[in-house]
Design a protein around this ligand. Structure first.
Ligand SMILES: [Zn+2]
Length: 305
């Protein structure tokens, strides 16, 4: 598998290098791709959720898949979000009355940079991308947030103004807490504040690693890293992403993604069809990824041990 992958990559090397060099020079995500500006400051629309197939569980959640959007959460059940799972019973009792379950619709802009947060989001499933926009209309992903994280915590504890865009790239579900309630809980619970501080360190680790990764690593390494991270968060059997969307997430031109994705498919690492990606050989994908996936994973494991 590894030899096949290397041979394929070598055969494409010269062609890839030109494309990848060009792609890296303009490697950003146009805001028009992911921004849906209908209700940027409102929580995701409440409606009954469909049952998603279970792909895997990276964390030992006390999961209840029957938690549905818009329903009242039983006090003895924990939503499948790492922060909520980590809290002691006493601290969760503080948080629980303020939790509301919402649907995260694909493409939804939860908040844009400079906008005021109304809610913080603790995803149960799905993928939220934190994106920084540039003055010439480009944008780049700096962090991927899912059921191991929270969106808007630091902002909520300050002036509630978001530093970056937060957009749903893969649908899911989340618990939300109104900003005012979130502040009240943080004021009362030292354990909650400490947990949020650890999470912010985790987000910073992602952002720092992304800076280094985008500057130093190849498109194949970055794509493999992105897919591994998405696999950690996504519940479906296949990941619904077009090559164009992938290119924008990675911050490269579509041609570069097309070549690399084709090579990975030919090597049996993944299957790609009509905007659906299935990872066939996880071990091979890990080998083709750069060190950044494991570096961030190790930092997060240390922070939440
Ligand atoms: Zn990297």
């Amino acid at each position: 598998m590894t030899l096949t992958l290397i041979a394929l990559n070598f055969s494409h090397a010269n062609h890839c290098m030109n494309l990848i060099s060009a792609a890296n020079a303009t490697g950003c995500l146009p805001p028009s791709v992911y921004k849906v500006r209908d209700t940027p400051h409102a929580p995701a629309q409440l409606h009954r959720a469909v049952t998603l197939p279970s792909f895997k569980e990276p964390f030992a959640f006390q999961e209840n898949t029957r938690l549905l959007a818009g329903t009242v959460m039983p006090v003895d059940q924990r939503p499948p979000n790492r922060l909520l799972q980590t809290l002691s019973a006493a601290d969760f009792a503080l948080v629980h009355p303020h939790l509301e379950i919402v649907e995260l619709d694909r493409g939804k802009l939860l908040v844009e940079a400079g906008g005021e947060l109304t809610y913080v989001y603790l995803p149960h499933s799905g993928i939220i991308s934190s994106v920084v926009s540039l003055s010439e209309g480009q944008a780049v992903e700096v962090a991927m947030i899912g059921r191991d994280g929270i969106v808007g915590a630091t902002e909520a504890l300050c002036d509630a103004i978001s530093l970056s865009d937060a957009a749903v790239v893969c649908q899911g579900r989340a618990s939300v807490i109104a900003v005012e309630d979130f502040r009240a809980i943080a004021a009362e619970s030292a354990a909650w504040r400490q947990l949020l501080a650890r999470h912010e360190q985790s987000l910073l680790a992602q952002a720092q690693q992304s800076v280094a990764c985008n500057a130093a690593h190849s498109v194949e390494e970055r794509l493999s890293r992105w897919l591994l991270r998405a696999r950690d968060l996504w519940d479906g059997e296949t990941l619904p992403m077009t090559q164009e969307q992938l290119a924008r997430m990675i911050g490269v031109q579509r041609n570069a993604i097309s070549i690399v994705a084709h090579a990975l498919q030919q090597a049996g690492v993944l299957s790609y069809s009509r905007g659906q990606i299935e990872i066939i050989d996880v071990e091979a994908l890990r080998k083709s990824a750069c060190e950044c996936y494991h570096a961030v994973h190790a930092k997060q494991a240390h922070l939440f041990k």
